[in-house]
Design a protein around this ligand. Structure first.
Ligand code: FES
Length: 103
């Protein structure tokens, strides 16, 4: 692993139960913030048909895709059964209220 931590935003710049999208050479990445201020990062591409997960509704540690309502686990990117698939996840850390993603 040779990942580099990339600064994304201040925690408060990401809406609770929402997401912020960053464009990277790896494609768009959605950085989610839960109601309890946990932060997760997934490729902004639903494993079903590529819907923008960043525009979905965050509930608990899951997000519901805005296109066809698949539910994706934020900590793993895995679709909740009976749906099957996985959005790529990225490691995230929050230091001094600042959010970083490992790319
Ligand atoms: S593209 Fe996400 S549920 Fe269909």
């Amino acid at each position: 692993m040779n990942n580099e931590w990339i600064y994304i935003a201040a925690l408060d710049e990401i809406p609770r139960q929402g997401a912020r999208v960053i464009e990277t050479g790896h494609g768009d990445i959605a950085v989610f913030r839960t109601l309890s201020d946990q932060v997760f990062a997934l490729r902004d591409h639903c494993p079903h048909q590529g819907g923008p997960l960043s525009q979905g509704i965050v509930h608990g540690e899951k997000v519901t895709c805005p296109l066809h309502n698949w539910v994706i686990e934020l900590n793993s990117g895995v679709a909740v059964a009976p749906d099957e698939g996985c959005a790529q996840r990225y490691a995230v850390k929050v230091e001094h209220m600042q959010v970083f993603v490992a790319l």
